[in-house]
Ligand binder design. Structure first.
Ligand code: ADP
Ligand code: MG
Length: 559
């Protein structure tokens, strides 16, 4: 036909397809969840767009997803009457990957199926998962509100290119037909498909409809809804199974691993909203990318409003995924309105507390899972004390450190653990910062602490020194950088120690003066120290001067 064009996939798509087909082979069935998830998103988007312009419904307001199969032909077809796509949408959405950082992400892939399948999970497989089970995929779609003549027919074998042509399409929305591979024919089966819909998509907000296969004559061939079709968060907690929470997480988070934990709450009273928040198990590949999407899915009175509503949580909790459904906000709320809304501020305060409490609970009840969380997201949480001064004590309680107690680089000691091991008379929390763990650990500043058996936190993440600038105390105990100012070991030092110290200082007065004059103004002061037991000398930073790590950051920033 005249308007049929053949186009190539973006290189990244080709790589991703290859990888996915191989590494997800044993997890084939997830394709259905991904496609239903997209269909559900498309229905949500239509309902939202129709708030402003209800002609988009084209007289058909009953939003649903239809699932059909043909055993003989070996096909499965999923149809939605959602927002649909224009030709340009199709080329952008089904021919490229828009996420920035994708190319670098793909470079990390090893060819080891197990490892790669985990990585690809954080990436999100989405539409392309269709090619795990199909060797040919057809998409017919029309954008809601566009004329029937602007239908689009897309087709690909997943081998590097696709064709696209304009067609007539009466029905708005998207129809996806999978021509199943010979080893995936099992999916062209009513029982199998029903089972998968129940398993993965029971609690999306829209009905998934199939033709009845009942033996009863009057039902046979009639439409029947095969999922529960009530949005999960609207159900009472007691009626929701863990597996249902987990599946719903995968639907909204585009993750395919289970979450670590979640918190589901209905708030009534001055504010009226429901939140369902999840803590993921693995950091997304673009966690540190400033433009990466973050935030919650916002619904107002059950109507989807937007993805990535970032106003409901502070930046340092950006790993949190979930849904907020408010009864206070208006249906025509926009991002701009969200930014200056006092209701949003109140919800944000409550949600922040909710996430911090969820983490505290996880740390208490499932310390191993908390450690998993910390290893993935700890450096993000470390942004907390600076960003959220009012919660800094709570955040501090969630921090985990490497310390001289274990002597290992793993960050697994809490401040409460540390305090529990403090020496009699010790009244400060000591820490040392350094470029890397080994350097910090072997610093001469630690000598006296080793001798006295006093534990010191070893901080070697880039962000640590900066973070410590915002933490002055925890549980009433001050933080003290062991490389700064005068070293006060409190009561841990005996009177005898102190007397000895003074004697030594007196004894070496002459030497100190000679060193001072030799170094002249390259140092502020030379003095005899109680810091060292083995090393002859060390450099100390003034109590209020910039630390070495911070200096480097400033220098790198051209300051
Ligand atoms: P994601 O869902 O994470 O955005 P996908 O790969 O699953 O990624 O889908 C890519 C994009 O293709 C979607 O963001 C959406 O814009 C578009 N899309 C996919 N399926 C549909 C559909 N059934 N209706 C409309 N748009 C769709
Ligand atoms: Mg998707």
């Amino acid at each position: 036909e005249a308007n049929k064009e053949t186009l190539g996939f973006q290189t990244e798509v080709k790589q991703l397809l290859n990888l996915m087909i191989h590494s997800l082979y044993s997890n084939k069935e997830i394709f259905l969840r991904e496609l239903i998830s997209n269909a559900s998103d498309a229905e949500d988007k239509l309902r939202f767009a129709a708030l402003k312009d209800d002609s988009l419904f084209e007289g058909d307001t009953e939003l649903h997803i239809r699932l059909d199969y043909d055993k003989e032909a070996g096909t499965v077809t999923l149809t939605d009457n959602g927002i649909g796509m224009t030709r340009d949408d199709v080329i952008a959405n089904l021919g490229t990957i828009a996420k920035s950082g994708t190319a670098e992400f793909l470079k990390q892939l090893s060819g080891d199926e197990k490892k790669d399948s985990k990585l690809i999970g954080q990436f999100g497989v989405g539409f392309y998962s269709a090619f795990i089970v199909a060797d040919r995929v057809e998409v017919k779609t029309r954008r809601a509100g566009a004329p029937a003549s602007e239908g689009v027919h897309w087709e690909s074998k997943g081998d590097g290119e696709f064709t696209i042509e304009q067609t007539e399409r009466e029905q708005r929305g998207t129809e996806i037909t999978l021509h199943l591979k010979s080893d995936a024919q099992e999916f062209a089966d009513g029982w199998k498909l029903r089972t998968l819909v129940k398993k993965y998509s029971d609690h999306i907000s829209f009905p998934v409809i199939m033709k009845s296969e009942s033996e009863e004559e009057d039902k046979k061939g009639e439409d029947e809804t095969v999922n529960d079709a009530t949005a999960l968060w609207t159900l009472p907690r007691t009626e929701i199974k863990d597996d249902e929470y987990k599946e719903f997480y995968k639907h909204i988070a585009h993750d395919f691993e289970d979450p670590l934990t979640w918190s589901h709450n209905k708030v009534e009273g001055k504010l009226d909203y429901t939140s369902l928040l999840y803590i993921p198990k693995r950091a997304p590949f673009d966690l540190y990318n400033r433009e990466a999407p973050r935030g919650l899915k916002l619904y107002v009175q059950r109507v989807f409003i937007m993805d990535d509503a970032e106003q409901f949580l502070p930046l340092y909790l950006r790993f949190t995924k979930g849904v907020i459904d408010s009864n206070d906000l208006s249906l025509n709320v926009s991002r701009e309105i969200l930014q200056n809304d006092s209701t949003v501020d109140s919800i944000r305060t409550a949600m922040t507390k909710r996430v911090l409490d969820t983490l505290s609970k996880l740390a208490k009840k499932q310390p191993e899972d908390y450690q998993t969380f910390w290893d993935e997201f700890g450096t993000v949480l470390k942004e907390g004390p600076a960003e959220d001064f009012s919660n800094r004590e709570k955040i501090a309680g969630l921090l985990r450190f490497a310390t001289t107690h274990t002597g290992e680089s793993a960050q697994n000691v809490s401040l409460d653990d540390y305090i529990g091991r403090m020496k009699d008379g010790q009244n400060k929390i000591y820490y040392i910062t350094g470029d890397n763990f080994t350097a910090a650990k072997s610093s001469p500043h630690l000598e006296v602490f080793r001798k006295k058996g006093v534990e010191v936190l070893i901080l070697s993440d880039r962000i640590d020194e900066w973070m410590m600038g915002y933490l002055s105390e925890y549980d009433g105990k001050q933080f003290q950088d062991v490389a700064r100012g005068d070293l006060d070991l409190g009561e841990v030092e005996t009177e005898e120690d102190k007397k000895h110290q003074e004697e030594v200082a007196e004894e070496h007065k002459g030497l100190v003066e000679r060193i001072q004059s030799a170094l002249e103004d390259r140092v502020q002061e030379v003095r005899v120290t109680n810091r060292l037991t083995d090393s002859p000398a060390c450099l100390v930073v003034g109590q209020f001067d910039m630390g070495a790590q911070m200096k480097k950051i400033m220098e790198a920033a051209g300051q």
